[in-house]
Design a protein around this ligand. Structure first.
Ligand code: BGC
Ligand code: CA
Length: 376
């Protein structure tokens, strides 16, 4: 295979870093040790040792930022599913596209048989695809951050993406959960005006899911027959600390007038929880003296405890484990030249070269569903 030849040629200069990067055992081979053979023989030896040391193909995998909890869980799921199938480790793009580009260059130079990344910047997808093509048509699977320009994926046979279902990005489920709670808990309408006084904490505006989540949660609430009074809506950048900072200002401005807090992800919902708890709300759950229903998306393990204790009303599971397993299975198929969907439990979305893993509503009543998703 062309890629293998490239990696063998690179082996003399790269063998040490390659082996270190792949977590394989190191070898004694160096370029300067020519006592027992020519440099050329040593090159072949080094390449052979590389092949033997790393019998498994390399999956070049990366997430856009390790400070994003949800992405870190997908990374873990990829590593777990790669066991015995690929050598891999998860590069941290540090929320910087040029850092991630360098990481992808290195993965390709190491002879990765497939690349799987959540991009820092969705507009960089085309450049990343070009890198893969130039390296010998190496397959690439984008995940989490959706590439909405379908022509990019259509333009390269070896390109796919794995995300969660639908253009609403899970927010219709979230909105419906709020409607159901409103209908079953009349006390949610604290001021009795028949409207829901809502705060919406949005994700990073540069991210494909942020605006649709904000739009669909509100439209689903209204379509469900609940009139909305949107007190505040602003970005928390998917981030706990940033969401807390925004919420600190809002809770001191509105206090008990707030009837619900909806967040675009759990990291921000947890930031909102810290803020309201510091102001005397939620620590005792819905039966406590002061309570504001909070709802997020992802159903992260750290959120499940808060749902169990009643401090948070619910979340929407994004199935990181199934996404990671699906990515690895597709990568394996592409590496082995099989049909990309061989042994994959999902179909490609019509015209989208995308696998969509379903979201699910999570409350205190079905925490087990989310727990099993994150179990090793
Ligand atoms: C997740 C967020 C995450 C974001 C980052 C979203 O799908 O729900 O938790 O921060 O992706 O890419
Ligand atoms: Ca009200």
């Amino acid at each position: 295979m062309k890629r293998k030849v490239i990696s063998m040629l690179l082996a003399t200069t790269m063998v040490m870093s390659l082996l270190a990067g792949c977590g394989s055992s190191s070898t004694e081979t160096t370029e300067t040790d020519t006592a027992e053979g020519t440099a050329a023989e040593e090159t072949v030896e080094a390449a052979e040792e590389t092949e033997n040391a790393g019998e498994l193909p390399i999956l070049g995998a990366g997430i856009y930022s390790s400070s994003d909890n949800f992405n870190s869980y997908i990374g873990k799921a990829i590593v777990n599913a790669s066991n015995g199938v690929f050598q891999t480790n998860i590069d941290d793009g540090q929320n910087d596209q040029s850092t991630q580009n360098n990481q992808i260059d290195t993965m390709l130079a190491k002879g990765a048989s497939c690349i799987a990344v959540s991009v820092v910047d969705v507009t960089a997808a085309s450049n990343i695809i070009d890198k893969c093509k130039e390296a010998g048509n190496v397959p690439i699977i984008f995940f989490n951050k959706e590439i909405t320009d379908q022509t990019l994926l259509a333009g390269y046979d070896n390109c796919y993406q794995v995300t969660s279902t639908g253009g609403d990005y899970g927010a219709a489920i979230q909105g419906q959960m709020i409607v159901d709670y409103w209908k079953s808990h009349p006390e949610m309408d604290k001021n009795g005006d028949g409207k829901l006084q809502l705060i919406d904490i949005m994700g990073d505006p540069g991210h494909t899911a942020s605006q649709p989540r904000a739009d669909y949660v509100k439209s689903t609430i209204e379509d469900g027959g609940v009139a909305l009074d949107l007190l505040e809506e602003d970005t928390g950048m998917w981030d706990t600390a940033k969401a807390k900072e925004k919420m600190d200002a809002w809770v001191s401005k509105y206090g008990n007038e707030i009837e619900c807090i909806v967040a675009g992800n759990d990291a921000m919902a947890l930031g909102a929880l810290q803020s309201v708890e510091a102001a005397g709300f939620n620590a005792e759950g819905p039966d406590g003296e002061q309570y504001i229903p909070i709802i997020g998306i992802d159903a992260l393990p750290e959120m499940l405890d808060k749902i169990e204790s009643g401090e948070v009303m619910g979340s929407v599971l994004q199935d990181a484990k199934t996404q990671g397993q699906t990515i690895v299975k597709m990568a394996q198929n592409l590496t082995d030249g099989k049909d990309v969907l061989d042994g994959v439990a999902f179909e490609l979305e019509d015209g989208a070269k995308a696998i969509r893993v379903p979201y699910a509503a999570i409350t205190k009543d079905n925490l087990d569903v989310a727990k099993s998703t994150y179990a090793e």
